[in-house]
Design a protein around this ligand. Structure first.
Ligand code: ADP
Ligand code: ZN
Length: 723
């Protein structure tokens, strides 16, 4: 018998579940996406199991009828369970999680077309240099006006002129046109013996169609990608979909070309800067099962795959898998849960796995597959410390003599170097020489970072920007501003001074801000048109430049500052990853690490190349501190635009704290970043034993406290950022 009433999870976090009447003739099932009336408006919702979504009963006579079923496949039970798990674990509203599934409004509208333009073969009445350029550049192209304008390097107005003249003609295209298919046997590589062994196991796991969490632990350059591609091939053979999560969009370009070379077609990409038409096309192809392989940022994890057969999380240790606003989830961990609900293997690939992941492998919860050597006989680089206490760089300089000599040496030999400093901009702090005034963000408790290339002072937290003033805003003295400390721009300047003939490339999210720029950089580095690369964490992973033989770490101590619980681990990972860029080809690599603390355990482990020693020391420290994986952390962040209001709310929460043996509660205290985007922030930290029902404790606790509407209370389970 068809259902007559239905419970709806509506896409609005402020509302609870709502019941509706199912009009006669409407055939719904659990997971159907529907449109329902809400007051004078309409809402989208997902039909849910009533027993999973309790609410107070509404009499039959009060129910309003559903309006329509949206023409997309129902959200499958496996994904509904993942939505529930995520909301429960991260203490987030179900609707907020579900919105990450229904993440393209456009996809819910029926079939659609769009207009593209191409050359008609006609000529304009009046030729101008711009028009001439456009016509020459657009031969064989078909795209929207905006895209054509980018391709031809002329303004959209010029192209509209050509449309009016009939030189460009409109073509109606189906937005959901099919993607080119990937072929599992397009160009099969010859794997090394080690790679063959590991890939055979991965292929077997995909064929088994069962849950299998696997840690693929392979040194940099061991061919992890090549190896898991065989698992992708197996999924393609079996007509199952594959999701590959990457930490950084800047990395996708190199990945796409590699993928295309192996499988004969590019995968589908998913990230926040997709155009809405691309987003819709991808979403619908994923939901229908047409999409074979999706490569994306963490948000791709929640898409409604019809037939998922494998998830790969590449560079799985990366902290960008942790979302820091909205639903604060860790895509690496949720990926494993998705694998559990879908009954498929999940591969976490890394050369420097998170301690948590290694622990899971060592305790037998995850299977561990190891690639211990670089592919093709390339050696891991030689690592040396430069003790900055002995080898001091000159005044206003950050490159110590040994690193300087190594750079000169590489330039002479025609080899490439890479300098790493994880700080964007020119200088992290600007002050007045006369009165000591420091430039601070008006919205955040943070210094403004000077960006000399783009001539601005910028806040890296809220995006506030201002032009550097001619005189000090405090004392009025002209030309008195001094830059303190280095950012990558300043290091690039120093390289240009030391090596005036070197071709220097600056690689940060400011310069490599689009797939095109990323592709351009890779092409130039491969063509040896770059001698020295100076970059932030963006250059630490993914890139493979065979001629790069020197890596210099400008300041290995930088990451150890601040109260971050994973500071040592992160420093280890960053330096090991960037070191992994050296000597990937035939020539051996050398790594110089500048530090003031050569005795720090993490620095000593890096020098010795002793990964196990580092992980053992770090494991002991974590066990001792009751930190993950031995205990658990959670943060409660209370904020308001009004400082007193935020403080009072935090105190009210603090005053009602539960007294428990297995949960220690610290705070409230002002957060280290006590003002962020104009909101004052206070923080409580919870450290719990593994046995504690942490989420239940927090939920019960917070539900007892009421706040004025201006107060926001956020919960961060397994936090990465402690600011
Ligand atoms: P990782 O991800 O472990 O750092 P990659 O997969 O990027 O390593 O491999 C390093 C380099 O070695 C890449 O240029 C890759 O194309 C090459 N490579 C690895 N395995 C093979 C193979 N079996 N055949 C040919 N080239 C390979
Ligand atoms: Zn700011």
């Amino acid at each position: 018998m068809p259902a007559t009433r239905a419970r709806l999870l509506v896409m609005n976090a402020a509302l609870g579940p709502l019941d509706y009447r199912v009009p006669e003739g409407m055939l719904i099932q659990h997971g159907s996406v529907v449109v329902a009336p809400l007051g004078p408006r309409q809402v989208t919702g997902i039909i849910w199991e009533e027993e999973k979504l309790p609410t107070s009963p509404v009499p039959e006579s009060k129910l309003r009828p559903l309006l329509a079923i949206v023409d997309v496949p129902p959200i499958r039970a496996e994904l509904r369970r993942l939505i529930e798990w995520t909301a429960d674990y991260y203490i987030a509203p179900l609707a907020s999680v579900a919105r990450m599934v229904i993440s393209s409004g456009g996809a819910l509208r029926g079939p659609a077309t769009m207009i593209e333009y191409r050359l008609s073969g006609g000529m304009p009445e009046r030729m101008t240099p711009q028009r001439e350029r456009a016509i020459a550049a657009l031969e064989g192209e078909q795209a929207t006006i905006r895209e054509l304008s980018g391709l031809a390097g002329v303004s959209e107005a010029v192209l509209r002129g050509l449309v009016n003249q009939g030189v460009l003609e409109p073509v109606e295209v189906d937005i959901d046109r099919p993607y080119t298919g990937a072929r599992h046997d397009y160009d099969e590589p010859e794997l090394s013996e080690q790679q063959t062994e590991v890939s055979a196991r991965l292929v077997e796991a995909v064929a088994a169609e069962k849950f299998a969490p696997i840690l693929l632990d392979g040194v940099t350059g061991s061919g992890k990608t090549e190896t898991y591609f065989e698992a992708v091939a197996q999924a393609l053979k079996g007509d199952r979909q594959v999701l590959v999560l990457l930490p950084e969009i800047a990395l996708t370009e190199a990945f796409l070309s590699r993928f295309e070379a192996r499988f004969g077609a590019a995968p589908i990409t998913w990230h926040s800067s997709l155009k809405s038409t691309e987003r819709r096309r991808a979403w619908r192809a994923i939901a229908s099962g047409e999409a074979q392989v999706v490569v994306g940022a963490r948000s791709a994890l929640f898409l409604p795959y019809a037939n998922l057969g494998l998830i790969v999380v590449d560079e799985a240790h990366e902290i960008s898998f942790k979302q820091e606003d909205g639903v604060r989830y860790n895509a690496r961990d949720v990926a494993v849960m998705r694998g559990h609900f879908e009954s498929i293997p999940v591969v976490l690939a890394s050369a420097t796995p998170a301690l948590e992941s290694l622990h899971m492998a060592d305790s037998g919860t995850y299977e561990k597959l190891v690639l211990p050597a670089r592919y093709g006989g390339a050696q891991l680089p030689d690592i040396q410390l430069v003790n900055l206490n002995d080898e001091q760089p000159g005044r206003g300089s950050w490159i110590a003599p040994p690193l300087r000599r190594a750079l000169e040496d590489r330039l002479e030999r025609g080899e490439q170097s890479l300098l790493f400093l994880n700080r964007r901009g020119y200088a992290p702090l600007t002050l007045c020489r006369n009165c000591g005034f420091r430039f601070q963000c008006p919205n955040c408790s943070a210094w403004l970072v000077e960006h000399r290339l783009s001539k601005r002072l910028a806040c890296h937290h809220c995006g506030h920007e201002t032009a550097p003033p001619e005189k000090c805003p405090e004392c009025g003295e002209p030309d008195c501003l001094v830059a303190c400390g280095p950012g990558v721009e300043r290091i690039a300047d120093e390289v240009a001074e030391i090596l005036p003939d070197a071709r220097v490339a600056l690689v940060t999210s400011d310069t490599l801000n689009s797939p095109e720029r990323a592709a351009e950089f890779v092409a130039m580095a491969e063509a040896k048109a770059i001698d020295v690369i100076v970059g932030t964490q963006l250059v630490t992973k993914g890139f493979h430049f065979p001629e790069l033989t020197l890596v210099g770490v400008i300041d290995a101590d930088l990451g150890l500052e601040g109260g971050d619980l994973r500071a040592a681990e992160r420093t280890y990972q960053q330096v090991a990853q960037v070191a992994g860029r050296a000597g990937r080809g035939a020539k051996p690599g050398e790594v110089l690490i500048q530090t003031r603390h050569p005795e720090a355990p993490v620095i000593a482990a890096l020098e010795a190349g002793d990964r196990d020693a580092f992980y053992e020391a770090e494991t002991d420290a974590r066990r001792h501190a009751g930190a993950p994986p031995f205990g658990r952390w959670a943060a409660i962040i209370v904020s308001s635009e009004d400082d007193a209001e935020a403080r009072m709310a935090a105190n009210r929460i603090g005053d009602t704290r539960p007294r428990l043996d297995d949960v220690m509660i610290l705070g409230p205290a002002p957060a280290p970043l006590s003002l962020l985007r104009n909101r004052y922030r206070y923080r409580l930290l919870l450290n719990a034993r593994r046995s504690a029902q942490l989420q239940q404790v927090i939920r019960d606790w917070l539900s007892r406290v009421d706040h004025p509407p201006g107060v926001r209370v956020g919960v961060d389970i397994d936090p990465y950022s402690f600011v």
